[in-house]
Write a protein that binds this ligand. Structure first.
Ligand code: S3P
Length: 430
């Protein structure tokens, strides 16, 4: 349980921890490369540690330098180098949907059997979205409770390339198929309804794989070698989002969020915040494999907006905190096309609507989003976080702008993506 009080202005600088999506991928591709991949600003959160744990069980030595947090060396053993101790390996993926889904694509073409299970939340999330395309490639994947969810039994077998029209814009699905495609006979193409985050494609290219992108379509050519690289993980825009939102809604705030990834497949919150009247300036922009910038955010009067269509995948994880901003904005915000929120770590449409209503906001949940009539003053309330890190952090931000005390029933879930969140927030409140 944690109590959040109305904040004085947020001021100062915050170094944003490494991007979760990129951290996972650095371990996965590093493990399959021929030699050592050096990673800096790796996100040492529970989800990314689940990925390290899985690859350790697959015989990969992932070296962490405890004197330099975020420094990791992945001692890759090559595309055929995964070598669990027994013919059947049991992999526990914790709360990490990303680990669970993307790993299926790596495990399907191996020469051993994998049993993959996560916690109750992961084991309730849809896995058919990866099982169906991988089965078309020849994979043998069984949902052990026959409910389309993990635990999964994956019996490694040779695969062939496919062209897959994905019904969902999901980087986890796309990545699972592309990584399986590295091992397949013939090229593999994924066509998405709208473009999801493209970190896997960018990183695969950096490791020397042949990846072609045309609009929402990606094709990978099989390879038997990935070349190790050095990776500096940018700050996670999904983590920066909480301080960005807090600085927007707490009057008198001014924060500088350092070295944040602004990949155009992830920067929807910047576009939406600006459309709502936020005062955000990008400084020190870099244009590496993953573009980055420092975000200078000052408080301002926000107004409502509409969010839907192609924008949704670019800000899917930020929608809970965007809903908080909308509750503090004048006028109406309508969010559509976000039904995916119902199958995240929790049903985020329900969790957000329930929490914001308890705080006095005028919010109506819909099948695929929300309608929020902003501008009603928020007051503190008891918030059920549903053990969902993004719900906990979003309501910590809502609490900064609310009269009275906001009580999070369980805040420990922030360990999933941002273990030092509350310390970093407190540093900005001083
Ligand atoms: C992620 C993709 C997104 C996102 C998740 C991380 C990734 O999920 O919500 O937090 O790293 O590929 P979907 O692939 O389900 O859209």
């Amino acid at each position: 349980m944690l109590t959040i009080k109305k904040a004085a202005p947020l001021r100062g600088e915050a170094a944003i921890p490494g991007d979760k999506s990129i951290s996972h991928r650095s371990i996965m591709l590093g493990a399959l490369a021929d030699g050592d991949t050096h990673v800096t600003n790796f996100l040492e959160s529970a989800d990314c540690l689940s990925t390290i744990d899985c690859f350790t069980r697959l015989g990969i030595f992932v070296e962490r330098d405890f004197t330099h947090p975020g420094h990791v060396i992945v001692h890759g053993m090559g595309m055929q180098g995964l070598h669990p101790s027994f013919h059947t390996v049991v992999l526990y993926t914790g709360n990490s949907g990303t680990t669970t889904r993307i790993m299926t694509g790596i495990l399907a073409p191996q020469r051993f059997v994998s049993l993959v299970s996560g916690d109750n939340s992961v084991n309730a999330r849809p896995m058919k979205r990866v099982i169906t395309p991988l089965a078309q490639m020849g994979a043998k994947i069984v949902s052990m409770n026959d409910d389309g969810c993990a635990p999964l039994q994956i019996t490694g077998t040779p695969l062939h390339g496919i062209t897959y029209d994905s019904p969902v814009a999901s980087a986890q699905v796309k990545s699972a198929i592309l990584l399986a495609g590295l091992y397949a006979e013939g090229p593999t193409t994924v066509n998405e309804p709208t473009k999801s985050r493209d970190h896997t494609e960018r990183m695969l290219r950096a490791f020397g794989a042949s990846v072609e992108t045309k609009g929402n379509s990606v094709t990978v050519t099989p390879t038997d070698r990935l070349t190790p690289i050095d990776i500096e993980v940018p700050g996670d825009i999904s983590s920066a989002a909480y301080f960005l939102a807090g600085a927007c809604i707490v009057p008198g705030s001014e924060v500088l969020l350092k070295h944040v990834g602004i990949n155009p497949t992830r920067d929807g919150i910047l576009r939406v915040a600006k459309a709502m009247g936020a005062d955000i300036e990008l400084v020190n922009e870099t244009k590496d494999a993953e573009p980055c910038a420092d975000l200078l955010v000052k408080s301002s009067a926000l107004h409502g907006t509409t969010i839907g269509g192609d924008l949704i995948p670019t800000l899917i994880d930020e929608l809970p905190v965007i809903a908080v901003m909308a509750a503090c904005a004048e006028g109406t915000t309508v969010i559509t096309d976000a039904a995916e929120l119902r199958v995240k770590e929790s049903d985020r449409i329900r969790a957000v609507a329930e929490g914001l209503s308890a705080m006095g906001a005028d919010i109506t949940p819909t099948a695929d989003g929300f309608v929020i009539h902003g501008g009603k003053p928020l007051h503190g309330a008891k918030i059920h976080t549903y053990d969902d890190h993004r719900i906990a952090m979003s309501f910590a931000v809502a609490g900064l702008a609310a009269e009275g005390e906001t009580i999070l029933d369980d805040e420990s879930c922030v360990r999933i993506s941002y273990p030092s969140f509350f310390q970093d927030l407190a540093a900005l409140e001083r």
